[in-house]
Design a binder for this molecule. Structure first.
Ligand SMILES: [Zn+2]
Length: 484
């Protein structure tokens, strides 16, 4: 028999009803009229069937005498099959039948998601009913809240109530599948054996155009360490990011590299974007284009199977560096730049997963690690030494304090490393541990990475050939500082 929706019951507003081929309304089984106004909404699922089959079955005297006020199909189809001043038999409990309105959602007997059109129809219907009968939103419940049943299975009633209240559904926090090393210690591009005895961190610099085959980090990860890959368009004039009209190609290449790098799950997009040495063709990278590139890369990374929950980190902004100026930031303040990047990413409705920072001293003097000395004007409120990292973190909006912070470069920036064991490295880790202890609610620093251990002895900041630094490092590791 064909079903179609015609007619409205004016006394209850405008609810569609089910009619048969003769134009007769098909009502569900009923016997008693209500004596009290409805004060509760009970939601069910059908455990199979289609909208038509369920609606027709319930709208006649079926052998189980079950009935319901509304049926909602998976495309949002809606029919009222029991008038609201009659009692429907659905709750398995007479007290609840007497005072509730029952809604059946057509849904298979499994945990597949409820389709959006169906959820939206349910939301609209509940809103209307709550307004008509002055039903509190907290009285929208599931069948399982009344009797022992799994009905309505995986329907999230908190989400339904939030939608009816007009709030954005609050996504349940997803447990991070990223196994993160428990210790603070890390090295930039090695040497991995420096991490022996701890579960540490390894930062790799990746030119995405040279890494089309992907990267194999299994030898590092198998030793219990976590890898952060810093993704670059290139070095020098190529720019850490390309020019904006090439962002789509860049993001596509990022996706390719990620798809061929199965066991890395933390990605840093670009590096020191406010530093003139990182500019493509000398063109400054302003916060708004950076944000656009970040959002494109994040979307691409998250569509790679196995990388749906990867952390995509904002590239580290160069501290002390005033080279990138623009309207709103005429002095080129790096903390302002950092905040503008965050603001622009959020303006795109793109979530932020993590933040990377760089923090330096000027020389290999341990006192510079904890120095509170400020810079000269116009940056008299900014730290001149290592604690420049605190300027970023203290400016971070409070609702982002749960984001993981990774300090992916630390070194004596002007003098570079001397071959001494003077407690400098120990002091770095003491400082980060102190920060974490003083900020139990975040922002929380997960690692501090020494720059740089790659076997290129002509690099100014290469430390791995310095026995004094190694001794200092081993002494620092003795603390076994953790990030938990
Ligand atoms: Zn039920």
């Amino acid at each position: 028999m064909a079903t179609e929706f015609t007619g409205y019951l004016s006394e209850y507003g405008s609810f569609p009803v089910l009619v048969d081929g003769q134009g007769q309304v098909r009502w569900a089984h009923w016997r008693y009229k209500r004596s009290v106004k409805p004060s509760q909404i009970v939601v069910h699922y059908t455990a199979g069937g289609t909208f038509d089959s369920i609606a027709i079955y319930l709208s006649k005297a079926n052998e189980r005498e079950v009935s319901i006020h509304f049926v909602i199909g998976r495309k949002g189809e809606l029919a009222m099959i029991c008038p609201l001043d009659w009692i429907a038999y659905h709750a398995g409990n007479w007290d609840h039948n007497v005072r509730s309105i029952g809604i059946e959602l057509v849904h298979a007997d499994d945990d597949s998601p409820y389709p959006e059109p169906q959820l939206e129809a349910l939301t609209q219907l509940c809103r209307k009913l709550c307004a008509l009968f002055d039903i509190p939103i907290t009285s929208i419940i599931g069948h399982r809240d009344i009797v022992q049943t799994i009905c309505p299975r995986n329907l999230d009633l908190d989400m339904v109530r939030a939608r009816v209240a007009g709030q954005q559904p609050v996504p349940k926090p997803q447990p991070s599948p990223i196994a993160k090393s428990e210790h603070l210690y890390g090295v930039h591009e090695g040497p991995v054996d420096w991490l022996d005895g701890v579960h540490g961190w390894f930062v790799d610099t990746v030119n995405v155009w040279w890494a089309s085959e992907g990267k194999d980090y299994s030898s590092i990860i198998d030793r219990g360490h976590t890898v952060i890959a810093r993704l670059n368009n290139g070095y020098g004039d190529a720019g850490t990011l390309p020019l904006p009209h090439l962002y789509d190609e860049f993001a596509q290449q990022v996706e390719l590299v990620v798809s061929r790098t199965p066991n890395c799950h933390i990605w840093q997009i670009g590096n020191e974007m406010n530093h003139e040495q990182e500019r493509p063709d000398g063109q400054p990278i302003l916060p708004q284009p950076y944000a656009a590139c970040y959002a494109k890369c994040r979307a691409r990374i998250h569509q790679v199977p196995g990388h749906e929950h990867d952390e995509v980190a904002i590239g580290a902004v160069a501290p002390w560096n005033p080279q990138t100026t623009y309207a709103g930031n005429p002095s080129g303040d790096w903390v302002r730049y950092f905040l503008d990047v965050i603001r622009e990413i959020r303006a795109l409705k793109c979530p932020i997963d993590a933040i990377t920072l760089h923090a330096y001293t000027h020389t290999h003097n341990p006192d510079e690690v904890t120095s509170e000395t400020k810079m000269n004007a116009p940056f008299g409120n900014r730290c001149f030494y290592f604690r420049a990292y605190r300027d970023f973190l203290e400016a971070l909006p409070a609702d982002l304090h749960s984001l993981p912070i990774y300090i992916t470069e630390a070194d004596p920036s002007d003098s570079a490393w001397s071959d001494v064991n003077n407690g400098y490295v120990r002091k770095l880790y003491d400082e980060i541990d102190l920060w974490d202890q003083q900020h139990p609610k975040g922002p929380h620093i997960w690692c501090l990475i020494l720059y740089r251990g790659k076997d290129v002895a002509d690099d100014k900041w290469y430390f791995a050939d310095k026995a004094g630094v190694r001794q200092d490092w081993e002494a620092a590791k003795q603390h076994r500082y953790t990030n938990r």
